[in-house]
Design a protein around this ligand. Sequence first.
Ligand code: FES
Ligand SMILES: [Fe+2]
Length: 453
Amino acid sequence: MSRSDRIVDTAEQLEAPFTISPEAYVSRDHARMERDRLWRKAWLQAGREEDIPEAGDFVTYDIGDDSIIVLRADDGTIRAFHNVCTHRGRRLVDTPQGKRNASGNRRNFICGFHGWTFDREGQCTFVQHQDDWQGALTPERTALGKVRCGNWGGWLWISLDPDGPSLEEWLGPIPEMLDPFGLQNMRCRWRKWIVFDCNWKVALEAFNETYHVQTTHPEFNQFGQFRGWARNHGLHTNIGYEAPKGQEQDQAKLRLGSGEDPRQSTADMQVFTWVNANTNTTRTLVDAALRLKDELPEDTPAPEVSAHWLKSAREADARRGVVWPVVQPAHVAKSGTAWQVFPNFQIGHAVNNMLCYAARPFGDDPDKCIFEAAVYELYPEGEAPQTEWEYTAAEDWPPVLQQDFANMRAVQQGMKNIGFRGTLPNPYMERAIGSLHMNLARFIGSAFPRNLD
Ligand code: FES
Ligand SMILES: [Fe+2]
């Protein structure tokens, strides 16, 4: 392979074949630059709004060396503070052993070292022997550092950059594309996390393309071949599947099996997905798929099977008080199946459920990341299960995810091999990978993807 000097710095260049140097995945220097130039500059998804419903409820979010407290204030709005005591720098709220983050409800945050106390506005309200400082402990010196925060889609967002773009500017086209799906109304069915032996980008890239499905998840081949696309939208990307003829405006992710009898292949695919992945579907959709053979004649054309399946599931949910949003078919088609929110969050949306992935570095070790996945759906009022982030060993994840994990670990090892010349992503189906690295390189100033000659 010849190494061209043409760095990829535009969305158009991503359409031509490109390569990415392993340095971005394995170098400790690169990981440190990411801390300074990416993680301290980007808007990051730090939790879910429903996890802090009441005044004083808080969660912490750790990113590399930094930790943030995100809090519901007395006026109901969100506040965020640096999780560090202004006295001598003790982390103010500890993460309990084995937990993903700290959480709870506090009127005050009392530092465990010398007892300095902070209220829900971050103001320091108590210092033992304050007079010893001879008046120098002004509110500006003692208040917790403020962190910019916002909310969109039901998530809490933070930015450590006081001068960066607004959350709205950062998200760009995403709210317009995803607001019709009402993501803020969905609640977790399950959420799991793990410290995994690969770079955070390797983890995300195991899920931001559909090219791997036929090899990594061969069981899905029996339900039909699905060719996927990826599109760049500035910082972000989305991916989707090319729809079969006549189903171009189908409900995207809620797709039919494309076997000989779509009634059967849809039921088979739904059951397989429910049992082996526990993602991208709901019990209602599975049950509606299982009824297709009773409710439709044998040679019903695929578009009619699809319409019937979704109508029947929508009605079954409505009867238990779960109302799916109505999204125009053309909008569903355009929105695809998942959005990669730069830098490290993926939302796999649908009208009644979603599957989200996130990955972030574990300390400054380029070979480790915190990987997490959460599955959400619509529940009847007051019936959403109470879930927590469960630390889950690799072998205890759903089988389909374990297939992805096997690649993640092996890719991290393989890329360190002296004989590895750089990745060769599919410029059509794996364009989201190119986009991630192009945008990352713009922040870091190095390791741009390069077009191949
Ligand atoms: S470090 Fe927090 S009170 Fe001393
Ligand atoms: Fe996969």
